[in-house]
Write a protein that binds this ligand. Structure first.
Ligand SMILES: CC(C)(COP(=O)(O)OP(=O)(O)OC[C@H]1O[C@@H](n2cnc3c(N)ncnc32)[C@H](O)[C@@H]1OP(=O)(O)O)[C@@H](O)C(=O)NCCC(=O)NCCSC(=O)CCCC(=O)O
Length: 420
């Protein structure tokens, strides 16, 4: 009887949702090679392959069977997704068009490579970024360029603004996934998109205040406060907003620095000067890729440094998520300094340090980005991270973020039914 493969969930599955891969009707102890492939929107192929062995009753369940080598080792039920590697060097998985799912293909071959041969079974799974029922609404109001993800029905939901980092543009994948957990989420661009400035020159907080006003007056956003979620430079934008603007209820900083780094921060009469950097301190890593971790100027005066964002002024709590192997900048050190500043003002910081984690802490199952083009230097730079620990931490960080917002914004943090 032919072997059967099940790849769950069988219906509509969400990108950030764990899946299950299992087989039955195999030969007892049968060696197998599982191969996955996924093509991104620029037709770059990402692939992984892992060796397994069926159990004594001819079954294989990745929740129980350890991977025996290849792209992952040990008990890694989702390893065939997070261990995908691009065929093109220095490429990373990006999702631009969120209404379209990415398709994960899975093939099971008899035997262990290089002997692995016959294709025993094949399946494909659409992994969606936009839950059924969640509406994607482009926003051009005053200067604000954004995309709003609204939940089904007319009742208000807790609101979150999601801000990307130095790459600029408008990337929606994190906001659309967050919306799937019961939050009205705005993916906000701030440069290099539509009518916004092409270059990132000064962080003008007026612009972000307009986005806050837009959210707060929206009938489907439950006030009185908004949550902020940002990564890298986007995290520093969020920390600045939380420090200067009203109605921020909770802030998550993913590998932020809590400093004005390469450009001024400006709000009303206040200007925070940048810490600055010196490209002569850049090195070339063993891989031949640029290492910029030491280019940033020293933090003279520690948490009293004038380039620091006055985070003690924030009203709502801040959750700092920091990768201890971040090689774009020293997130761990900056988070410690941020913590000192909060403690000095009688505030309790909430911090999660992830060892082995690099700069790009993405939603669950995004393959780690070890190196990437960086607009600051217009060259590829190393980002840090050890693939396995980084991938596990992405799942944990995601759960922590959702539960933090659930707690402080009054959300449910349950997935809005993906099968509405
Ligand atoms: C953002 C992207 C990836 C793409 O932007 P785009 O406007 O859609 O560009 P495009 O016209 O399609 O291509 C321009 C160029 O961007 C590169 N690119 C495009 N897609 C990818 C990819 N998936 N992986 C790796 N590189 C990619 C390619 O080199 C493209 O050039 P090409 O035409 O293919 O020769 C690219 O411009 C880029 O990598 N920019 C620099 C990113 C950067 O400076 N990041 C800052 C440090 S990392 C960080 O802050 C972490 C948080 C992430 C965040 O910023 O939110």
């Amino acid at each position: 009887m032919a072997a059967t493969l099940s790849l769950e969930p069988t219906g509509r599955s969400c990108w950030d949702e764990p899946g299950r891969i299992a087989m039955c009707r195999l030969t007892p102890e049968q060696p197998l090679t599982l191969r996955t492939a996924l093509s991104d929107e620029k037709a770059v192929l990402f692939r992984a392959h892992t060796r397994y062995r069926a159990d004594a009753s001819g079954e294989l369940d990745l929740a129980r069977a350890p991977a025996l080598g290849g792209s992952s080792v040990g008990l890694e039920p989702m390893g065939l997704l997070w261990a995908l590697e691009p065929d093109r060097p220095l490429w990373h998985l990006l999702k631009r068009d969120v209404p379209k799912p990415l398709v994960l293909e899975l093939g099971v071959l008899d035997g262990h490579e290089p002997d692995g041969g016959w294709l025993l079974a094949w399946a494909a799974q659409e992994r969606h970024f936009l839950l059924l029922g969640v509406r994607r609404v482009p926003v051009w109001v005053d200067r604000v360029c954004a995309t709003f993800f609204l939940l089904p029905g007319l009742r208000p939901f807790p609101g979150i603004i999601d801000i990307s980092g130095f790459r600029g543009g408008l990337f929606e994948y994190r906001a659309s996934l967050v919306a799937g957990h019961g939050f009205a989420t705005l993916a906000l661009a701030f440069y290099d998109f539509e009518d916004l400035p092409k270059e990132y020159n000064t962080m003008e907080l007026d612009y972000f205040e307009e986005a806050m006003c837009y959210m707060l007056q929206h009938p489907q956003v439950k006030g009185p406060g908004i949550g902020l979620l940002g990564i890298s430079l986007g995290a520093d934008v969020c920390l600045s907003m939380a420090s200067f603007l009203k109605n921020v209820s909770a802030t998550v900083s993913i590998n932020g620095s809590a400093f004005s780094r390469s450009r001024h921060i400006h709000y009303q009469q206040t200007i925070i000067p940048p810490l600055g950097h010196d490209l002569r301190r850049a090195k070339v890593a063993f891989s031949g890729i640029m290492d910029i971790v030491d280019i940033w100027n020293d933090i003279i005066g520690g948490c009293e440094n004038p380039s620091m964002i006055p985070i003690e002024r924030t009203k709502g709590p801040i959750l700092f998520i920091a990768g201890q192997d971040d090689l774009c900048w020293r997130s761990e050190l900056y988070t410690q300094i941020a913590s000192e500043r909060l403690l000095a003002h009688g505030k309790e910081p909430q911090i999660i340090f992830y060892p082995g984690n690099g700069h790009y802490i993405e939603p669950p199952y995004f393959p780690m980005c070890p190196a990437s083009l960086h607009k600051l230097v217009n060259k590829a730079v190393i980002c840090g991270g050890e693939v396995r620990t980084h991938s596990k931490a992405q799942v944990d960080a995601w759960n922590q973020i959702l539960s933090f917002f659930g707690k402080h914004l009054g959300g449910t943090q349950n997935r809005t039914s993906s099968r509405l």
